[in-house]
Design a protein around this ligand. Structure first.
Ligand code: NAI
Ligand code: MG
Length: 499
């Protein structure tokens, strides 16, 4: 002990640099990229009529050329999907379809390192997250829905579930492979075939997934992947031979899709934006709440539809809680997505960075107080420091609009009623968090919050068995769980007692 004290006394105080982590980059070697990717149609790579370059948002380096599917190419994909639907896939016994899903799940697990590295490379999210969240959950969704494939009659007794047909699926860039899994797994489990379009900034894991499908020997045409931007998505929506559209993305595009499909009889589910309240009561365990707040808004750079972007704190604890939060932010490591110690990676695109910058500027102008921990952002690529706004009024844009970035707005409340009113005072209704030691208060809040998911003393926890989806402008329909099967099924209810 004496020895220890003596050295401490004489040793110079370590500088912050000495305490920081050494670089621990994950190797890119596990990923071998092609120079150019086609469209995956009918189990083959179709040469696209035009292409664009997909980049890494962390340094703007070019990764590969990918196709930009035209309406004609989308039509080829829909025809392949229709053919596969009619030539056996929809008539296959559920237990046989399950085998393919189990195989896909196992191959995702086996190739998870490769997929995780590619996800971080193309999308900018920390490898820690793609490795420990996106990949395990993607595999879990295929395992979970594999289990339902031969039990649909039990999930919907006396309702004679049948597949819907060809499903058109349009997904965003924040969880590219996971959103693919959320959409493809239940569609196939129910006997449908698929045309899926990944987001324009993150096509690569979906294209590598085609390799997984080949390895699993999935019959050609059951899953078709077409890359491209919003016009490719619109061509899927407009196609007359698509029976169901599943969309995850902005409320603006969701509304346009709903208008387009009005009166057509095409089934539709929409999973759109959010502006979730993360509500901390004065009896909550503050240190745990701080971890939950950080996970709620800085996870995946805040590119999360259910992000806890509005922190509602009970007034009596606002000061100590915000102080703890600011201290915690200083320990977040922002930088190289492929470094295993990185907590906050790159912003997904220049467009998204500009949107974040615009809303943060609006927050400053409207009079909110801004805090950003000192951190050095890389010079190349798209970056934004973790940000906290205090003194935020309910009317400010940063309290109302989805920022979809690492930016938290802090508001206060005095009573549970006020917390509830503020939490529900939004056009969205996707998720919420409640922090309190009191079970009765949590249940009281959960009952009254107009949000599809309410987390209690935790945040951003996902599980394939749990349905996920929104109220109001956050969309409709549920993904995950038994509920997630329903949008992919048609029911013959002419003989309700099974004939
Ligand atoms: P977006 O809604 O334009 O893109 C999502 C997907 O829809 C992409 O695959 C895109 O190519 C496709 N798409 C775009 N226009 C389409 C159309 N007319 N018809 C069919 N498909 C179309 O979202 P964007 O522009 O990337 O982001 C804008 C904002 O939307 C973000 O800042 C964020 O606030 C929100 N957003 C919410 C997401 C969520 O998970 N709920 C995901 C992505 C964005
Ligand atoms: Mg858009």
């Amino acid at each position: 002990m004496a020895e220890l004290e003596r050295t401490r006394e004489h040793a110079p105080a370590p500088s912050p640099a000495e305490w920081s982590y050494a670089p621990a980059p994950e190797s890119r070697e596990v990923v071998s990229l092609r120079e150019r990717y086609g469209l995956y149609v009918g189990g083959e790579w179709l040469e696209p009529s035009s292409t664009y370059t997909t980049i890494s948002p962390a340094d703007e380096s070019e990764l590969a050329e990918v196709g930009e599917a035209t309406p004609e190419e989308v039509d080829a994909a829909v025809r392949a999907a229709r053919g596969a639907f009619e030539n056996g896939w929809s008539a296959l016994p559920g237990a046989e379809r399950a085998k393919y899903l189990f195989r896909i799940a196992r191959i995702i697990q086996e190739r998870s390192r490769e997929l995780a590295v590619l996800e971080s490379l193309n999308g900018g999210k920390p490898i820690k997250e793609s490795r420990d969240v996106d990949l395990p959950l993607s595999a879990a969704h295929f395992f979970y829905y594999a289990g339902w494939a031969d039990k649909l009659e039990y999930a919907f007794p006396n309702r004679r579930p049948k597949p819907v047909g060809v499903a058109g699926q349009i997904i965003p860039w924040n969880f590219p492979l996971l959103m693919l899994a959320w959409k493809i797994a239940p569609a196939l489990a129910c006997g449908n075939t698929v045309v899926l379009k990944p987001a324009e900034t993150t096509p690569l894991t979906a294209l590598l997934f085609c390799d997984v499908l080949r390895q699993a020997e999935l019959p050609p045409g059951v899953v078709n992947i077409v890359t491209g931007d919003g016009s490719t998505g619109a061509a899927i929506v407009k196609h007359e031979d698509v029976d169901k559209i599943a969309f995850t993305g902005s409320t603006e595009v969701g509304k346009a899709i709903q208008r387009e499909l009005a009166g057509t009889g095409t089934k539709l589910t929409l999973e759109l934006g959010g502006k979730a309240a993360n509500i901390v009561f004065d009896d909550a365990a503050l240190d745990q709440a701080v971890e939950g707040i950080v996970n709620g808004i800085y996870f995946n750079q805040g590119h999360v539809c259910c992000a806890g972007s509005r922190l509602l704190v009970q007034e009596s604890i606002a000061e100590p809680l915000v102080a703890k939060l600011k201290r915690r932010l200083e320990t977040l490591r922002v930088g190289d997505p492929l470094d295993k110690n990185t907590d906050v990676g790159a912003i997904n695109s220049r467009m998204q960075l500009e949107k974040i910058e615009e809303l943060v500027a609006a927050g400053r102008e409207e009079g909110a107080e801004v805090y950003q921990p000192p951190c050095r952002l890389p010079e190349k690529g798209y970056w934004f420091a973790p940000t906290v706004f205090t003194n935020v009024a309910q009317s400010y844009r940063i309290a109302q609009e989805e920022i979809f970035g690492p930016v938290l707005s802090v508001l206060t409340f005095r009573t549970p009623d006020e917390a509830l009113e503020k939490a529900n005072n939004t056009m969205y209704g996707l998720s919420a968090g409640v922090w309190s030691e009191k079970g009765s208060r949590i249940l009281w809040m959960a009952e009254r919050l107009r949000a599809g998911v309410v987390w209690a003393n935790t945040y951003n926890r996902f599980d394939p068995t749990s349905p996920f989806g929104g109220y109001k402008e956050s969309g409709f329909g549920r993904e995950g769980g038994r509920h997630g099967l329903e949008p992919y099924l048609a029911f013959d209810e002419s003989e309700p007692w099974g004939g």
